[in-house]
Write a protein that binds this ligand. Structure first.
Ligand code: UDP
Length: 453
């Protein structure tokens, strides 16, 4: 049986590129040739961030197409990004596939399978149009996809109207062992103004439709993590945890010097703080976090992306750097998986992006949860209320998480043996799922076999 040449295409954001690149590496390890498609903009950033002397292993080809935006445009405006991509990228992807297949003399080398991010249903439509077999990949919590698939029932029961707007502010539960979700927090309501929200909502509806015709629907989760989701969506096959280890997926260059700094710290003494790739902190909140870390007296490693404060504010509170010099380290971008796996790390203060959540729980690290938007609120509920492996922060009456609150929760988490024990147990379950006989590995192997037919 032949192994198809697979074209893999993520939604153009860090948290989507990472897990799809990991999946690609697993497929390359099984002998499949893979062509990975980024947008020109991200392709360039990744090329610039790749460490020196590091070249792709195996049969992976990294290619790119334009996203339709100008170089200086704001790609964090997701509503606009989705609209512009939809207007140009389907045609460009189709052209790319036709060109690649035209150029290859060997029939076995022609693209004959597409794995597309569920968030860009148009790529599945292109595969369908060009007669190519296809699978969809969902990079977030299975529970979120269950919610999106549930939209027709939400409309039927008048929880939302046909534009996705909640008719009232209430809490719903899709099943008893899933987090309660507030209708005001439905992820499509978190993006910009009403027009942007409607655009995202319509994209979701289109994606839901496109995925129906895919042969496979994979996700970065595992059965034991959210069991009832896989009963609600039986065709959703978890193959996770997929842990970010590829050097070809980072949009910022990693600062690996923090690993030797961690080597010098006592076991389980360091708070690792990272807010993923998109979250922005305002200056007040940034200062309060710095002062909270200072107050806690703990060692810490803090990722401060160049755009973490949106470029509007620079500098730390007065005297901060001198006061924490012997126990704190600030870097632009971390090798997060290695950091979380390091024995010196005590806990993970996170924005609760799904990849960060999967990475933290796979390393058995307890969480301090600081969600901002989109699926992060759902992920925080999983961490704190369902798996009980972390604590959330309570903002003050002005919506700020104060330094005293940060100090209090750090102390509370560090002293909570129940949370540590549950985190270690969850790590074991996560690792078992991708080990010999594990459910995620079995799903992956079934997928590999199905692709060969
Ligand atoms: N990440 C990293 N270094 C950092 C911060 C984040 O490699 O300093 C990676 C992290 O390991 C994860 C991804 O960036 O794989 C962020 O994805 P996530 O879903 O957690 O958050 P998002 O960026 O989508 O909000």
């Amino acid at each position: 049986m032949g192994k198809p040449h697979i074209l893999v295409i993520p939604f153009p954001a860090q948290g989507h590129i990472m897990p799809l690149m990991e999946l690609s590496h697993s497929l390359i390890d099984r002998g499949f040739p893979v062509t990975f498609v980024n947008t020109d903009f991200n392709h360039k950033r990744i090329a610039e961030a790749i460490p020196q002397n590091c070249s792709p292993k195996g049969r992976i080809r990294l290619v790119s197409i334009p996203d339709g935006l100008a170089p200086g445009d704001d790609r964090n405006d997701i509503g606009k990004l989705c609209d512009v991509m939809l207007s140009v990228m389907p045609g460009l992807l189709e052209e790319l596939i036709l060109n690649l297949n035209y150029e290859s003399n060997d029939d076995d080398d022609k693209i004959s399978f597409v794995i597309a991010d569920q968030g860009i249903g148009w790529a599945l439509e292109v595969a369908e149009r060009t007669g190519i077999r296809r699978a969809a990949f969902w990079p977030a919590a299975g529970g979120l996809l269950a919610l999106q698939f549930h939209i027709p029932k939400l409309i039927e029961s008048e929880i939302i109207n046909t534009n996705g707007i909640p008719t009232e502010n209430k809490t719903i539960k899709l099943s008893p062992d899933m987090p309660a979700m507030n209708t005001a927090h439905f992820p499509w309501l978190h993006f910009g103004d009403l027009a942007a929200q409607l655009s995202i909502y319509n994209t979701i509806l289109r994606n839901n439709k496109a995925v129906k015709h895919a042969e496979y629907l994979l996700c970065n989760s595992f059965y034991e993590l959210e069991p009832s989701v896989f009963t609600l969506v039986p065709n959703l096959k978890p193959v996770g945890p997929l842990l970010a280890s590829s050097r070809f997926a980072h949009l910022w260059p990693e600062d690996s010097t923090c690993l030797s700094w961690l080597d010098q710290q006592p076991p389980q003494s360091v708070i690792y703080i990272a807010f993923g790739s998109l979250t922005i902190l305002d200056k007040n909140q940034f200062d309060e976090l710095a002062l909270g870390l200072q107050l806690s007296g703990q060692r810490f490693l803090w990722v401060i992306r160049p755009d973490l404060t949106n470029g509007l504010a620079t500098g730390y509170p007065d005297g901060f750097e001198a006061r924490v010099a012997d126990r704190g380290r600030m870097i632009c971008w971390a090798p997060q998986k290695e950091v979380l796996a390091h024995p010196s790390v005590a806990c993970f203060l996170t924005h609760c992006g799904w990849n960060s959540t999967m990475e933290g729980l796979s390393m058995g690290v307890p969480f301090l949860c600081w969600p901002y938007f989109a699926d992060q609120l759902l992920n925080k509920s999983y961490i704190c209320d369902i798996w009980k492996v972390g604590l959330g922060f309570d903002p003050d009456e002005n919506g700020i998480i104060s330094k005293e609150e940060i100090n209090k929760k750090v102390k509370q988490l560090v002293g909570d043996e129940g949370i540590s024990a549950r985190a270690l147990k969850l790590k074991e379950t996560a690792m078992n799922s991708v080990s010999e006989g594990g459910s995620s590995l079995k799903n992956f192997e079934d997928f590999v076999e199905a692709m060969k037919c």
